[in-house]
Design a protein around this ligand. Structure first.
Ligand SMILES: Cc1ncc(COP(=O)(O)O)c(C=O)c1O
Length: 378
């Protein structure tokens, strides 16, 4: 990991939750050069940058095929279609991961069903998913939430034995590597987002679907471009336009080699917050995972028995926070009536107690210390 900038923090300065400008500044010359290269090349969609990015991404994520698309939500929807989900099928997922899977599933005409999460990791497990499966379940989507990989081994076995597809949502876990392999290489198919705040972030929207299966990759390529098998020949239903442009592909190619060191810097931030909280009633949700490559510190999330008070104290000290996520999917206005009988006690408790602290690779030592000082006083 590169040395962290010392920086200066005046007493009145704010510690931001994230600051994308710093990430840009750190590689401004390179990013400006690659963008200028695309502009002058005169090829803007599905060109050489895109093709090279797909190849480099697949190699980095430990899969045979990466199919780049316009954003992570499209990636989830296309991943679900690619495993044979059809309108009316059920998709089992977590309700504490920001409703992206739910949105994608509903767009494809699928019915979300929600499993509760493990109280320690806030992730799905085979034990929480198993009881929710029904004969109509076609897929399980497991989100590697906040940068922590779920334990996929038992989930893979459960899905295989019940004939259900396993989709990994790696939007928050780019570069995480678990005991059985990288995030995105363990289920039938995986979706990833390169939204600017992600560990590997574009300068706009971008995403990809990952798979080892060449036929599925072919299907995904048809789905992302009008259902075409070749130019102007429509063979596939559910086609649409969801392509990654050359500018974003070139930016992501420039950033990909830095992913591992950025992830290390993020883990370090969370480890320091975890040490500052100590053994009290407050804890970093994934504080015990900060030494593991299966964790990449996407969001530094703590739990607190008095979240709103803590948030107020942090804010008063100039430390910006957020909540990921305040409303579980089954309590969202669009779904609340249909899911009135759904009870997810761990998910609901977590929604009331999670609090996200500043975490990005360019945080300075002084900023981290300043957050730690406040955490020690909570
Ligand atoms: C877990 C998760 N899944 C999916 C998405 C959707 O990605 P996008 O915003 O690129 O559509 C996001 C983030 O935005 C996410 O955090």
């Amino acid at each position: 990991m590169a040395a962290r900038p010392g920086g200066t923090v005046g007493v009145d300065a704010v510690v931001p939750l994230n600051d994308l400008r710093r990430g840009f500044d750190a590689m401004a010359d390179e990013l400006q050069a690659v963008v200028a290269g695309v502009l002058s090349a005169g090829w803007y969609v599905l060109g050489p940058q895109h093709d090279a990015f797909e190849t480099e991404l697949a190699a980095a994520m430990g899969v045979r095929h990466a199919v780049a698309v316009a954003n992570g939500t499209d990636a989830l929807e296309l991943a679900l279609l690619s495993v044979g989900c059809r309108p009316g099928d059920e998709v089992v997922t977590a309700a504490n991961a920001g409703a992206y899977t739910t949105t994608a599933a509903m767009k494809a005409g699928l019915r979300p069903r929600f499993a509760d999460v493990d109280p320690d990791s806030l992730l799905l497990t085979a034990d929480t998913v198993g009881p929710v499966l029904t004969p109509r379940t076609r897929a399980v989507v497991v989100t590697h939430l906040y940068g922590r990989m779920a334990s996929t081994r038992a989930l893979v076995e459960l899905c295989r034995s019940t004939g259900v597809a396993l989709v990994e949502d790696c939007a928050q876990a780019a570069g995480a590597v678990g005991p059985d392999g990288p995030a995105g290489s363990l289920g039938d198919v995986a979706a990833i987002s390169f939204f600017p705040t992600k560990n590997l972030g574009a300068l706009g929207d971008a995403g990809a679907v990952l798979t080892d299966d060449p036929e599925r990759a072919g299907l995904l390529r048809r789905l992302r471009q009008y259902g075409w098998s070749s130019k102007y020949t429509v063979v596939q239903e559910h086609g649409r336009n969801s392509r990654l442009d050359e500018v974003q592909a070139a930016v992501l190619r420039a950033k990909l080699p830095h992913l591992a060191s950025w992830n290390a810097a993020r883990r370090d931030v969370v480890a320091r917050y975890s040490a500052a909280l100590g053994d009290g009633p407050r804890r970093m949700v994934h504080g015990s995972a900060t030494g593991s490559p299966a964790y990449v510190g996407h969001l530094a999330v703590m739990t607190s028995p008095d979240r709103d008070r803590d948030r107020g104290l942090l804010d008063a000290a100039g430390v910006r926070t957020d909540v990921h996520y305040p409303v579980p999917d089954h309590r969202q206005p669009l779904l609340a009536i249909e899911h009135a009988a759904t009870a997810l006690p761990v998910t609901e408790r977590a929604a009331a107690s999670v609090l996200t602290l500043p975490c990005f690779p360019e945080l300075t030592d002084l900023e981290i210390e300043r957050v730690c000082d406040v955490l020690q006083q909570l």
